[in-house]
Design a binder for this molecule. Sequence first.
Ligand SMILES: C[S@@+](CC[C@H](N)C(=O)[O-])C[C@H]1O[C@@H](n2cnc3c(N)ncnc32)[C@H](O)[C@@H]1O
Length: 190
Amino acid sequence: MKLERILPFAKTLLQKAVKNGDIVVDATIGNGHDTVFLAELVGEHGKVYGFDVQEQAILATKERLIQHSLLERTTLFHEGHERVTQNIPLEEHGKITGAIFNLGYLPGSDKNIITEPETTIDAVSQLLNIMAPEGIIVLVIYHGHDGGDIERDALLNYCRHLDQKFAHVIRYQFINQQHNPPFIIAIEKR
Ligand SMILES: C[S@@+](CC[C@H](N)C(=O)[O-])C[C@H]1O[C@@H](n2cnc3c(N)ncnc32)[C@H](O)[C@@H]1O
């Protein structure tokens, strides 16, 4: 298949926005796959701030980062991403060039702990305020689980109403696949 699949496309978008030495956010670290990707992308002089509400996610991500010798480039918060502004040092506001949200529940974990529309939108909106111009937020939207459709619709509604003078917003989705596959919304701050 020549069309880029969803998860590789999320990485392509981040690679466009983020360069060596940059500051980025993994808003839902989970098992740390995206955290490792971002830590490699920003290089040894960059920084990844990661958030998750589950201790299990913090531990799994820390372990994965240690295995890849990337722990020093990261700061992990055992907190909701809706506390992003308070947790990222003031001197780094305005410098964040990329962020990813992998929504839904942590595979292999409690399916009742899911990202929620209010807190996700709160975090996206805070990030848009503290990002650099041309910074990109990638939302990977899983919507097959209980509550996923509500979060999807709330995010689509929020994103459709973002002022086009403030942000470019795209949606990337395979529209003829079965079983509610994930899709992407990407927001580039202007
Ligand atoms: C789909 S998983 C993330 C997968 C991850 N990107 C990976 O590479 O393994 C979603 C994660 O969001 C977390 N989460 C739920 N609500 C959150 C919140 N308010 N802030 C930060 N993380 C949250 C869950 O605990 C879960 O680990």
